[in-house]
Every structure is written in C-alpha cells, then in structure tokens.
Design a protein. Structure first.
Length: 417
C-alpha cells in the first residue's frame, strides 16, 4: 500500500508542477519542458532490455550499456548486463535519450529515441542482438591462435593445447596449470581451496571417476580437448554442498568424411603414452572411436636412522627402503551421433577403462651399537596390486526449440566397474 501511495504522490507532484509552469507568467508551455535544464528534470524513469549474441542467441553477460541524452549526445548514465543479458537503468530524467551497447569483439549498436515521460516513465528497449565484428573475425583467421580460456555465461573453458602441459602428461598435470585449481603431491584436486568438487566426463557422471580425482592421473592429457570449470553450477547439476564442477571434454572430431589423429610419447623411468582418434561422418551420421594407453613407473628410495636413548646396546636402528610403483591404464571410447533434422538428434557413447597399480618394496633393518657397528639385520619384501575395469553407456536425445538458447535433453546412463 505504501508503494501505491508514494507513486500517487509523485504523479500528483508532477501534475501540480506542470500546472504551475503552465500558469506562470512567461512560463513554459507545450514543448517547453525540454527547455528546462536536464539536471533539474524529475528522475522518475527506467530503461530496460536484454542483450544477446546475434548468431547463437545466447545472453551476453558484462555487455556495456551507455545512456545518452539528446540532442547534445552527452553521457548521463549506464551499466553492465547480468548473466542473463539483462540490464536496467534507473532514475532516468524526463526527456529524449538513446542507448549505446558495446562488447569486445562485437559491433556497437545504437537504439535511438527512447522518450521518458511523466505518464510513461518505464521504457523497454526490447531484445538487442549484437553482431560479431568483421575486423575481429579477420584477425582471428589470420593468427589462427586459440584462446587459453573462453568465458561463457556459466563456465570457463580452458583449451588443453594452451595449458602448457608437457608431452606424455596426465590430466592431473594439465589441471595444475589452471588458475583456482590445485593438485597436491598425492594427485588430489581442489578448486578454490576445497576438495568438494564434482567431476564429469563430457557433461555426465562417469564410473571412470568413482575413485575421485586420483584416476585423472591415469588419463593422458592429449586424449582430451578442453577442461570446463563451473564455479556456480545450476540446479541441473544437483550442486548442493559443492564448491564447483570440473568437466573433462574428450576429443571428438565432427569433420565430414574420414579423419583421425595418432600420438605417442616416451619418457624416462618407463613412461609411455599413446592415443588414437578416428572419426567418420557421412550425411546425418557421425561415428567415432578413440583409445589411449599410459604406463609409468616410479622408483622409491628411503633411508631412516632412529636413536634409542634408553638402550645402551641397541643404540641405533637403520632402515633402508627400495621399491618400484607401477601404473598402467587403457581407455576406449566409441559412439555415434545422428541428426534427424535441424532440431532433433540422438547420440550414443560408450567408455571402457582398465586401471592397474602395482607396488614392490624391499626393506632392510639394521640394529647398531653406540659405535654404529652392526649387531643384527633383517629383511622384508612386499608386493601388492589392484585394479578396476569401469564402463559407461550413454544414450541421449536432444530437441532444439525456436529460441536458440532453449533446448530439451533426455539422457539414459548405465555404468559399472
């Protein structure tokens, strides 16, 4: 009720002011309101609108909106769009205005003749579509360089090729080069200081990740295309209690015809790495298969000397350790995509993995007197190994609506290990 009373009072005040001006000797009549200095006019207006990409229809966050007053074209207000591309400029004074909308890499768009009136203070500029700048497109085609990071409405996408990960490195080693991501010596991944992170492969949960981030140390970095960091996940990801999401996007080519790639790497201490990607697209059908293999060994050496101040005879205990830790991993991906038409498509993908770890360790214990002469010794050897054979099967249907930013997906997933 208070809101309606205040609005009524403002309306009454404006009407009363107009009446006084009309009746005053030598006062302003008709279009005389425009002759009043802009700074003295009532600030009762609001201008709203939405900014989207003209090609994808996606909302554009952080687009710059500048408000100018006519006819002198001076800047009087402005703001930035939110994550849904919306903007709202409040406390706009009565008079004629125009909007100037800009974003890096896009052409500037102008909206002329936005009139704020006492009886119509709210103006909707509608949905404004920004077009990519031709000069920016030409510059990209000339350099041929991919950006290290690409920002979208809800995530940051990092190109693996630009993460400076060495040849033969794992996904964990590539993640260590991403800002806000930390990988400790045990391979545990944290995002913004928290290990409460959800991992996805191609946007879906995977049995490959049932062991958490430790399994990422067994996937070759050259088998993935990009890493997506989602720090503010929407409801579709079931984000309760999570710091964020790390989505691993695997390589998948969709060029027409038959194409593929192969890579192999060798490093010291029995480090091997290789991957194969094949793709065939004809008409509405696209099929793919990819595989990767990684093997690495790590030597262990240790020495420990303990002193017993209570025992005069067995004064010292010396321990020497030698060992070898090994790891092997295989990963196979396969599937197809079929587009019924421009709005309806179905896709199937499967993944099979085989992870194996081994650990061989030899320990020698020596009891020494206070002069460090050996009194006795003993040996202990241990061998251990474990492994997993996870798999994923995914079937998806997608329908695109007339609005490019809207779509419906139906997913069926089956996984095990």
């Amino acid at each position: 009720m208070k809101k309606y009373i205040i609005l009524s009072f403002i309306s009454l005040f404006i009407s009363f002011s107009s009446l006084v001006l009309a009746q005053a000797p030598g006062g302003m009549q008709g279009g005389a309101r425009n002759s009043m200095p802009y700074s003295q006019r009532p600030a009762v207006g609001t201008i709203t609108g939405i900014i989207v990409d003209s090609q994808s229809g996606e909302p554009m966050e952080f687009a710059t909106v500048t408000l100018r007053v006519l006819p002198n074209d001076s800047i009087v207000s402005g703001g930035l769009t939110d994550k849904k591309g919306r903007f709202s400029i409040e406390k706009v004074r009565i008079g004629m205005h125009k909007l100037e909308v800009s974003f890096i890499g896009y052409n500037v768009q102008m909206v002329e003749k936005l009139m704020i009136k006492p009886d119509a203070p709210i103006v909707d500029a509608g949905t404004l579509k920004l077009k990519p700048s031709d000069s920016m497109i030409q510059e990209i085609s000339v350099t041929g360089e991919k950006s290290f990071v690409r920002n979208t409405v809800d995530k940051k996408i990092y190109s693996v090729e630009k993460l400076n990960a060495s040849e033969g490195s794992s996904v964990n080693e590539a993640l260590a080069n991403i800002p806000a991501v930390n990988v400790d010596g045990d391979g545990n991944v944290s995002l913004r200081g928290s290990t409460n992170v959800k991992f996805l492969i191609n946007g879906k949960p995977s049995a490959m990740l049932n062991d958490g981030s430790s399994i990422l140390d067994q996937i070759p970095a050259n088998s993935i295309q990009s890493v997506e960091i989602i720090t503010n996940p929407s409801a579709k990801y079931d984000p309760d209690g999570m710091t964020g999401i790390i989505n691993i996007v695997m390589k998948e080519d969709k060029e027409k015809g038959f194409n593929g790639s192969v890579s192999a790497n060798y490093g010291f201490f029995d480090k091997y790495n290789g991957s194969l990607n094949l793709n065939y697209k004809v008409g509405k059908l696209n099929t793919f298969v990819s595989g990767s293999y990684m093997q690495r060994s790590n030597k262990m050496d240790g020495y420990n000397l303990r002193t017993d101040t209570r025992d005069v005879v067995n004064k010292f205990m010396e321990q020497e350790t030698e060992g070898l830790m090994g790891m092997k991993s295989y990963m196979l991906r396969y599937g197809f995509d079929y587009a019924f038409n421009a709005k309806n498509s179905v896709s199937f993908s499967g993944s099979n993995g085989l992870w194996s770890h081994s650990r061989n360790e030899d320990l020698e214990y020596k009891n020494l007197d206070n002069l460090k002469n050996q009194l006795s010794n003993s040996y202990r050897s241990s061998e251990s190994s474990y492994g997993r054979n996870p798999f994923d099967l995914n079937l998806s249907y997608e329908h695109k609506f007339s609005n490019p930013s809207e779509k419906m997906t139906v997913d069926m997933m089956y996984s095990g290990s």
